[in-house]
Write a protein that binds this ligand. Structure first.
Ligand code: FAD
Length: 388
């Protein structure tokens, strides 16, 4: 038998929950069902990488349980259940418990999944973690809480740098390993990346940049032995993988919706190639832009709620700078959408600014560190919007 569920939202991350909240704010009383593969606890994902510095245990990060969320939203919230199949033709989905649900409108807010770029030997796999939701974080903190640990963070993007800084504030001994020569290479031109690297190193974080892992094996006392491509070997207690996220497009792919490695393709109304199915958040590629950040998903939730409530509304993304939570050296970056003809770099030590200009001298993006981060408001006003 197929239950009929009205509006179905797959995913209870900030995108799925944000959409349900935005709909209720518009006084929309339709039946809403939210489905999550995880616990469905309501939490703010950006806080996962500041939990140690702020001394917040995982319990404090869950703002609401799934049951409280269901109450607040007057919605049905199904947890620890995966949606395994989507059939657009009959407008039904099949859940991992065998249940089938029919929908009027379906929203894919399935986020993005951590990627491991190499195989992890079975003998040490218990010591490898990636943290992309509160359940992951609970496991990671449980492993850390025993005693100060030696932790290797693999990957020096936003997530890797934030965790390296946070683990360091929590008293752990951190080694940051990444193939790029400088941290945050996708956000910061080299001199600013070096400034962050220097701040990390001065604080005692070990850097192994420009390096990849050549070997992983069991070390002494249940430690993990890591060997880099320059043959350096060292032991750690835990390894945190921060090697990137890929949009979870499997359901959409299997259902024949348009999608690519950058996400499920949606138009400015957040509509997929099927008129009854929408997507937003980390899984969505909106008019060619896949921005895995909070501001674009909030703007998307607001626009989609209006559309579903009867006022078709296109989403726009502002010029929203990314604030990297590395208190050892504050960083703000607005990566250029257009190609940069030249970077105008000023400042010294930790206080640096880099303005990216196109061939006409127009500002197309910027990056700031240390005391220069205060220029973010002024520069955001001058920079082009991400999706106008
Ligand atoms: P998710 O939160 O990943 O939610 C996906 C949901 O889909 C989950 O509930 C999952 O269980 C469910 N799901 C997936 N597949 C299925 C299925 N088949 N069946 C059922 N359910 C399914 N952004 C910022 O703007 N500023 C920051 O400071 C910042 N800091 C960050 C720090 C960290 C450590 C991380 C990892 C990210 C950070 N981000 C930050 C990015 C931001 O948190 C994400 O863009 C945002 O949380 C994504 O939300 P989402 O709802 O799209 O996806």
């Amino acid at each position: 038998a197929t239950d009929h569920a009205g509006l179905v939202i797959i995913g209870t991350g900030m995108a799925g929950v944000g959409l349900a909240r935005a709909l209720r704010r518009l006084d929309d009383h339709r039946a809403i069902t939210l489905i999550s593969a995880d616990s469905g606890d309501d939490y703010s994902k950006p806080l996962l990488s500041t939990g140690l510095a702020k001394r917040q245990p995982p319990e404090r990060l869950a703002q609401r349980s799934a049951a409280a969320l269901a109450d607040e939203l007057d919605a049905r919230v199904i947890t620890h259940t995966r949606v395994e199949q989507l059939t657009p033709k009959t407008r039904t989905i099949r859940l991992s418990d065998g249940q089938r649900l029919g929908y009027d409108a379906l929203v894919l807010a399935t986020g993005a999944a951590p990627q491991a770029p190499f195989a992890i030997p079975e003998s040490v796999s218990q010591r490898f973690f990636s943290v992309n939701d509160l359940d992951d974080y609970r496991r990671f903190r449980a492993a850390l809480d025993e005693h100060p640990a030696r932790v290797a963070v693999i990957g020096a993007g936003l997530v890797g740098c934030e965790f390296a800084n946070d683990l360091h504030s929590g008293g752990h001994q951190v080694t940051l390993v990444a193939p790029e020569a400088t941290p945050l290479a996708r956000l910061l031109p080299e001199p600013l990346g070096n400034a962050l690297g220097d701040a990390f190193q001065d604080a005692g974080i070990q850097l192994a940049l420009g390096r990849t892992l050549a070997d992983i094996s069991a070390g002494s006392n249940s430690a993990v032995q890591l060997t880099l491509d320059n043959h350096t070997t060292f032991e750690v207690d835990l390894v945190l993988l921060a090697t990137g996220l890929a949009p979870r497009t499997a359901l959409a792919d299997a259902a024949g919706l348009d999608a690519s490695r950058r996400g499920i393709d949606v138009d400015r109304y957040l509509r997929t190639s099927d008129p009854h199915i929408y997507a937003l958040g980390d899984v969505a590629c909106v008019a060619g832009v896949n921005a895995m950040y909070v501001q674009p998903l909030q703007a998307s939730a607001k626009a989609l709620a209006a559309t579903l409530a009867g006022t078709p509304t296109q989403v726009s993304f502002g010029a929203w700078p990314i604030i990297v939570k590395t208190p050892l050296l504050p960083v703000v970056a607005y990566p250029p959408a257009a190609s940069v003809e030249r970077w105008r770099i000023e400042g010294e030590g930790g206080d640096m600014s880099a303005l990216g200009e196109d061939k006409h001298g127009n500002l197309v993006g910027f990056a700031l560190t240390g005391g220069c981060v205060r220029r973010k408001v002024e520069l955001s006003r001058a920079a082009p919007v991400l999706l106008g």
